[in-house]
Ligand binder design. Structure first.
Ligand SMILES: Nc1nc2c(ncn2[C@@H]2O[C@H](COP(=O)(O)OP(=O)(O)OP(=O)(O)O)[C@@H](O)[C@H]2O)c(=O)[nH]1
Length: 326
């Protein structure tokens, strides 16, 4: 392994941080990049909220170079581990051509970029922030998460509008104007199911840099996130089972959960089917889609929200009611 000095003398690894609120489409962006990154060696560092890293599993179906950090907000709670993981990438004898960090939906991408910028082996290319056109207005008004979403958006060098296909052109234009005003200097572009020009990741010049203050920006995030967690107890819990789910019952259960949540995602096996499915609940909408090429021995779910013990149990009961007959 090379020494830190030797590592610093080689050309730095371009780094892109992908941020954005829960369910905004970060993993989709990353997977689309990996599908098209012909010959480009992309290392991916994924931080997820919850003890089961569903995102890393979803990305692993498309890349083998995936590093993962568990449990939420890399910038506040595991900054040291993030720095270590980044240093390990920079110290590799065969450095990747690109390092992409997927931030958790409740973290501040600027803080993550700051940690990376302290490492001379890395060079920040862009902070991409995914913005869900359908849900961002509601998120920005939400007393619980509004400040966090605003901060994520305002730290972007590129804002990637997602789900324009669902929201329509008119809503997309309105959101584009709104978020552009929150992040002056950021490029605003729309993604089609995660597809954006590769240059946005690869070419530093394609993303205008925040000219100043990057290292100062976002300084109060830690305390804000701390307050938020204390006030509202945003948390997560997971569920794993070796049994299969019944598709119809699972749909019904996830559409009628008795407890509000911020996000749910899972990788599940359905009774009578070989294929593995990915499951997403975002903004109350449910999507179940085949996860091609995946093989799993158990189904897993992560739920993110403000749950009481009773709420948690109610959700677990719903899930158990959706299991297929053994
Ligand atoms: N229709 C449509 N769906 C999208 C688009 N982008 C993402 N999605 C869907 O939105 C859901 C959430 O996408 P993810 O990529 O998992 O979102 P994420 O930001 O990684 O989610 P977290 O990691 O939980 O914060 C999935 O069901 C995606 O298929 C899009 O452009 N159009």
């Amino acid at each position: 392994m090379s020494t830190p000095v030797a590592a610093a003398q080689r050309a730095p690894v371009p780094m892109v941080v992908v941020g954005g609120y829960l369910g905004a489409g970060k993993t989709t962006l990353l997977n689309r990049l990996l599908e098209r990154a012909d010959g480009l060696r992309v290392a991916v560092l994924v931080n997820d909220f919850g003890e089961i890293n569903i995102d890393a599993a979803l990305i692993r179906t498309r890349s083998s170079d995936v590093l993962q950090l568990e449990n939420g907000c890399i910038c506040c709670s595991i900054g040291g581990r993030l720095a270590e993981a980044l240093a390990a990438v920079g110290a590799r004898p065969d450095r990747p051509d690109l390092l992409v960090i997927e931030a958790s939906g409740v973290s501040d991408p600027v803080r993550i970029a700051q940690v990376g910028m302290l490492d001379p082996a890395l060079q920040l290319n862009a902070i991409l922030v995914a913005v869900d056109v359908q849900d961002v207005d509601e998120q920005l008004c939400d007393p619980l998460v509004g400040d966090m979403v605003r901060r994520q958006i305002s730290g972007a060098t590129a804002l990637v509008l997602t789900k324009a296909d669902l929201a329509g052109a008119c809503a997309t234009e309105k959101v584009a104007a709104r978020v552009a005003g929150m992040a002056p200097g950021a490029v605003v572009l729309a993604a089609r199911h995660g597809e954006i020009p590769l240059a946005v990741f690869i070419d530093a010049a394609a993303s205008p840099r925040r000219p100043q203050g990057l290292l100062q920006a976002g300084g109060s995030w830690k305390s804000q996130a701390g307050n938020m967690a204390g006030m509202a107890e945003v948390g997560s819990f997971s569920y794993a089972t070796r049994r299969c789910f019944d598709r119809q019952r699972l749909r019904q259960a996830l559409r009628t959960l008795p407890v509000p949540l911020l996000r749910a995602k899972g990788i599940v096996r359905l009774g009578g089917q070989d294929s593995v499915q990915e499951v997403h609940v975002v903004g109350g909408r449910l999507r179940i889609a085949s996860l091609h090429g995946a093989r799993v021995s158990e189904s897993v779910f992560v739920f993110i929200g403000c749950f009481t013990a009773m709420g948690r149990e109610a959700i677990l009961r719903c899930l158990e009611g959706a299991l297929a007959a053994p």
